[in-house]
Design a protein around this ligand. Sequence first.
Ligand code: FPP
Length: 237
Amino acid sequence: MTRLPRHIAIIMDGNGRWARKRLLNRVKGHERGAETVRTVVRTCREVGVSFLTLYAFSTENWERPQAEVAALMTLLKRFLVGETEELLENNIRLNAIGQVDRLPGDVRETLAKVMSVTARNTAMTLNLALSYGGRTEIVEMARKIAQQAKAGAIDPEAVSQDLVARHLYTWDMPDPDLLIRTSGEMRISNFLLWQIAYAEIFITPTLWPDFNRDELLDIFRWYQGRERRFGKVTQPE
Ligand code: FPP
């Protein structure tokens, strides 16, 4: 495929509704959602996407019932352990963004291990947003820059868009070209607030556990037809 998005970000929504429709526990929806994660990672790697960022757990998700939070953490750990081999075989680097130190110790350790063994992989970065919040990310960036300014290491006049971007969790990645949200909600939900300034947005009514390879490929085709102007007008040839 040509003219592919280099970086795709996905808000994986609708696991709970998928389960409710089937009179199942919400956790079953998350389990099926983890299967969709596998399919989407494979498809992105296959077509040649360089960065895939998945909103796996938000700072707000800590407020969910304790049993659901625990189940999500267990699923995450299982995913990390279960996928390590495939990540290595496919030259995929695992990265995490968010307040990772808030995760339970065993999940944090597993995450650090998988990040470390895949650190030199170059074909694709699978970037998991974990305990992630866009406003928190911006606050942390502001704090880091303010501290450097206070220490005299940078001049406030030198604060630029580039400097800001280099102090976000995504400092080593291009901005997302395409943002996908499943399950129909027209919201950003505190995801990558700075980075999505010029992203094309695709919202599908499909619930995350039902999202599949064919639909993702259709969205890539839709993206290929978009004219990205970044606020400018198109020059006649
Ligand atoms: C939103 O559905 C989804 C989440 C809060 C968690 C996403 C987690 C996974 C897809 C599985 C684990 C992740 C990995 C990386 C293996 P929701 O519960 O908000 O659905 P609802 O809006 O229908 O209630």
